[in-house]
Design a binder for this molecule. Structure first.
Ligand SMILES: *Cc1c(COP(=O)(O)O)cnc(C)c1O
Length: 423
């Protein structure tokens, strides 16, 4: 697409956008004067779909009316409630339904997956993560290493960008695997890096890991609902994600989990078990030995919070209506427009560290601001732009295709331009 640097052009793109009406299905936070803020923080907390309240109210009403009988008699019975989310979610992450389950929260699921897929031995005990991994992932991995009696200073390997670069190179990952031959037990990477916005080729990473007999898992916190990770095809052993970022399911909502179908019936895998992962036919027969449901559902522990799942269902229904492929198509164009306008600013203070190739990124662009203190970001906030600042000098901007417009992007650039000229 050939972009033009004008408000009219942004408005034309909005008019021709077949997804434009979805913006009205969300609550957009407002400035004091009542105008919409420019909300670019869907990578941190997605906005509320208006229908979410109805979905939650429905469960509250059924609970009031039915009490415990709601488990079986609610319109969307609570006992199998998580199953109502599986089909939509599996499409969004490119998996088979039996490979996907919604349960717990992200970091909890990461631990549960490592119980099964990090089985260190005296020789093979190392884990590779990105050097800029999200802190929670690093803490989780380090604590698993310690839990097994190893020392993170030996067992944790960092895949990092080269000196003077911002992105990780696959040949460097391969080198780490070669240099630590027969010692790497697990490769655990964020599918889309939260800081740089770099989206990795999951299939390639999985192949590299498997060639070296390591297990491979991904954290899709910044991938789910943003890029199409094609989890099944990637052949990854497991993946985990949250649903409150691009999947708009509300603060602290439940997470998702993927276990590749080849592990669906493997009795040799260690796992932490709970009754909700037990064979549905005999779950309420409390005397049975644990017999897991085949597939990802077999990793469930507890009966889940239905109110939170109702919010996820509301959100997934919006994704179903929009169609994930359509969303991704718009997303590529929307972020492309943002990139074009930033380049038009022709300001050498701004360096986009996110890859230029749309296949190597999602909707987020990370701007490194030369000599920036936080004041530029604070002024953006005052002007009604909701974005995100990461120390020491990065502003993350994530225009999402469901509720952001091309005009949002255009208006943001006008504000940024004005602030940069003031300095
Ligand atoms: C947002 C995010 C988390 C947050 O974890 P919770 O367990 O949901 O609090 C963890 N890892 C990554 C990569 C994230 O982006």
């Amino acid at each position: 697409m050939i972009y033009e640097n004008s408000l009219q052009f942004a408005e034309k793109l909005d008019q021709n956008d077949s997804l434009k009406h979805f913006r009205n299905e969300f609550y957009i936070p407002k400035k004091e004067n009542g105008e919409d803020k420019i909300y670019f923080c869907g990578n941190s907390l997605g906005l509320q779909a208006k229908q979410t309240q109805d979905y939650i109210q429905k469960e509250l009403k059924d609970w009031a009316k039915l009490g415990v009988d709601g488990h079986t008699d609610a319109e969307h019975a609570w006992k199998p409630y998580h199953e109502f989310l599986t089909n939509s979610m599996s499409k969004i992450v490119g998996a088979k339904p039996e490979e996907v389950v919604i349960m717990n929260t992200l970091t909890t699921n990461l631990h549960l997956m490592m119980v099964s897929f990090y089985q260190p031995t005296h020789k093979r005990h190392k884990i590779i993560i990105e050097s800029d991994a999200f802190p929670s992932d690093k803490y989780a991995v380090e604590s698993q290493i310690k839990h097994h009696g190893f020392d993170p200073s030996d067992s944790l390997l960092l895949w990092q960008p080269r000196e003077g670069e911002n992105l990780c190179r696959y040949e460097d990952l391969e080198k780490i695997l070669d240099d630590n031959k027969d010692e790497v037990a697990l490769v655990m990477i964020g599918s889309t890096n939260y800081y740089s916005g770099q989206s990795f080729n999951l299939k390639k990473i999985t192949e590299l890991g498997h060639q070296h007999n390591a297990k491979v898992g991904f954290d899709l916190a910044h991938g789910a609902g943003n890029i199409q990770p094609n989890l099944h095809e990637s052949n990854a052993d497991f993946a985990v994600w949250c649903t409150y970022k691009y999947l708009n399911s509300g603060p602290g909502s439940l997470g998702g989990c993927f276990v590749h179908e080849r592990h669906a019936n493997n009795p040799k895998l260690n796992r932490f078990a709970g009754w909700w992962g037990h064979d549905k036919a005999t779950r309420f027969n409390m005397r049975k030995d644990f017999s897991p449901i085949p597939g990802a559902e077999g990793w469930q522990l507890s009966n889940p919070p239905i109110l939170s799942m109702a919010a996820i269902r509301a959100s997934l229904d919006v994704f179903e209506k929009a169609g994930f492929e359509n969303l991704r198509k718009k997303s590529v164009q929307l972020t492309g427009f943002l990139e074009f306008l930033v380049k038009e600013l022709n300001n050498d203070k701004i360096n986009i560290i996110t890859p230029e190739n749309p296949e190597e990124r999602g909707c987020q662009l990370s701007f490194q601001i030369k000599d920036a203190d936080k004041s530029l970001f604070e002024k953006l906030t005052e002007a009604g732009v909701v974005a995100d600042w990461r120390e020491p000098d990065v502003i993350r901007i994530a225009p999402t295709p469901l509720y952001n417009s091309y005009k949002d992007v255009y208006n943001f650039i006008q504000i940024l331009k004005k602030l940069l000229n003031e300095k």
